[in-house]
Design a protein around this ligand. Structure first.
Ligand SMILES: [Zn+2]
Length: 545
């Protein structure tokens, strides 16, 4: 009897105390300035999280009274945002770049060669691949030939990609190996010098190297992907729209997810290969934990830097050149019909005004079938202003990278001339046309740092605060717009708005606490995440530094 009384007593005490303490949750974030980014732009103080979901967001006292948590995190008055998304990045290219010779920032061709030599001596690779050179940073802004490279590497094949991935400089040894001789290529160019191959291959001409460049090992690639994930987490980035993967890459991501190492949300776009088409036809909209596949990526043209972007009128600094259409129209039409049939999204790289016109007309048909298709134009870099209304007329989703604007401002007007600049990097006009804009970096073409993107979009300046008065300043975005472009609008661009993109009840608890408040600053000051969470789990903390 005594025991039962004691039991009853303690049981009621337990009931009483749990009533007092309230409902149990896993985690409470409090003393915070939570930017919910919902329709009302609510700013709140605390939130309760259970099983990876946001249970409630509200005032500090309300949350602390109502819930009891296994863990409390005092944000010490810092701001909290939904996890940032890079709406256009290339994890796999960046992984390859990390293993290859890093040529980013080289200020001369001589430096490119020296870095390549040092890399080869260190790694003893029998085939050298490098990435990241950009001739616009050299004294003479002209595309290079391979004379110096041949001298340094007479017997080892070498392939060095330009920073935008739209051109490669290869030595004679590799040209010979791949059997490349002067000739014409659809959607590409084997650049000649005095009638011989100069070693420079542009756009589709690089396809001639396929099968000759040995891939890195899976272990090397996986290691590099995880390094990239850490780099992204330190900036509060919790998701990437991976802009174009091959069939084999699906397994690389899946195996890292299975081993619980890859926690980042990946929205992968498939390249239009037969294997990928079979995958899509078989699986339809595909979700494997944090990997989502339901779109294809096409390339309509090349890049502006290597004069591969397809323009209506010739380049202002090359009067014979209109750029390149990198995929036949018929093939693009076939892919759009295929996507339409299987319910996939189509995301097409279009830089030049002519390429943008072609794609907008291609998407028109989809709009007639589905008003909410969300088909995207990646970059939409030079648009004929007369055609801007197509983005609203056919509900075309613009996906842009503000850091491109401030990088390209050094030479964009040379390529385009004054008149065409009015429709170049026109992010505000694009946003006004469609009502949303997805924002990314195109890493590794640009740095992964989203705070550089915020600065570029709002101030139209690079990290050195140039140009002084901002580049095409009329096209600046507000702070709210750029943050939405990296959160809720990016979620819309990936059909994920019900899962992520705002801090609201029921959504995934994927967010970050930022070190310094995010403000519309006129000079660039570095910023980082203080703590980053995915599904309520801490994935990064600056305390560990
Ligand atoms: Zn890209």
């Amino acid at each position: 009897m005594k025991i039962s009384y004691l039991f009853l007593f303690s049981f009621s005490l337990f009931l009483f105390s749990s009533c007092m303490k309230g409902e149990n949750v896993d985690l409470i974030i409090h003393n915070a300035e939570i930017h919910c980014l919902d329709d009302l732009n609510t700013i709140s103080e605390a939130m309760a999280i259970r099983n990876g979901r946001i249970i409630e967001v509200g005032p500090e006292r309300q949350i602390l009274n109502k819930y009891t948590a296994d863990e409390y995190v005092d944000a010490e008055n810092r701001e909290v945002y939904p996890g940032f998304v890079d709406a256009h990045g290339h994890i796999l290219s960046y992984a390859n770049q990390k293993i290859s010779v890093d040529l980013v920032g080289c200020t001369s061709l001589a430096e490119v060669i020296t870095r390549t030599e040092k890399y080869q001596q260190k790694t003893q690779k029998k085939f050298v691949v490098g990435r990241g050179w950009d001739q616009s940073l050299w004294k003479m802004d002209s595309l290079p030939d391979n004379a110096m490279l041949n001298k340094a590497f007479p017997t080892i094949p070498v392939c060095l990609y330009r920073i935008d991935g739209h051109a490669a400089l290869v030595n004679d040894c590799l040209l010979k190996m791949a059997g490349i001789t002067p000739g014409t290529i659809d959607g590409g160019e084997i650049v000649l010098k005095n009638g011989n191959c100069s070693g420079l291959l542009i756009d589709n001409a690089m396809n001639l190297l396929k099968g000759y460049i040995p891939p890195y090992t899976k272990t090397e690639i996986k290691q590099a992907i995880l390094e990239i994930q850490d780099e992204l987490f330190q900036y509060g980035i919790t998701g990437v729209h991976e802009a174009g993967i091959e069939f084999e890459d699906i397994d690389v991501f899946k195996s890292l997810i299975k081993s619980k190492e890859l926690k980042l949300n990946i929205y992968a776009m498939l390249m239009p290969s037969e294997k990928n088409k079979n995958f899509a036809a078989k699986n339809g909209v595909y979700q494997f934990q944090n990997l989502s596949i339901r779109s294809f990526k096409l390339f309509a043209d090349g890049a502006l830097g290597s004069r591969g972007a397809l323009l209506k009128d010739a380049y202002s600094d090359d009067h014979q050149n209109h750029g390149l259409l990198t995929m036949p129209l018929l093939k693009m039409k076939e892919m759009s019909d295929f996507c339409s049939k299987i319910g996939y999204q189509l995301n097409t790289h279009a830089i030049g005004d002519s390429a943008n016109t072609i794609i907008m007309n291609l998407y028109k048909k989809e709009y007639l079938i589905n008003k909410d298709h969300r088909w995207r134009i990646e970059h939409a870099q030079v648009v004929d202003l007369k055609e801007l209304h197509f983005f609203s007329d056919y509900a075309i989703f613009p996906s842009v990278q503000p850091t491109h604007a401030v990088t390209d401002q050094r030479w964009a007007e040379m390529r385009l001339g004054k008149e065409r600049m009015k429709g170049a990097y026109a992010y505000r006009s694009l946003l006004e046309a469609f009502g949303m804009i997805a924002i990314g970096t195109d890493f590794p073409v640009e740095a992964t740092n989203p705070f550089l993107t915020i600065f570029a979009a709002t101030q139209r300046k690079d990290k050195n605060n140039l140009p002084k008065n901002g580049f095409l300043i009329d096209e600046q975005l507000s702070l709210e717009q750029v943050v939405k472009g990296m959160t809720i609008w990016a979620a819309f661009a990936a059909f994920e708005e019900n899962k992520r993109g705002t801090i609201t009840k029921g959504k995934e608890a994927t967010f970050f606490i930022v070190q310094r408040p995010i403000r519309n600053e006129t000079t660039f000051t570095p910023n980082f995440a203080h703590k980053t969470y995915i599904l309520g789990n801490l994935v990064y903390s600056d305390d560990e530094l």
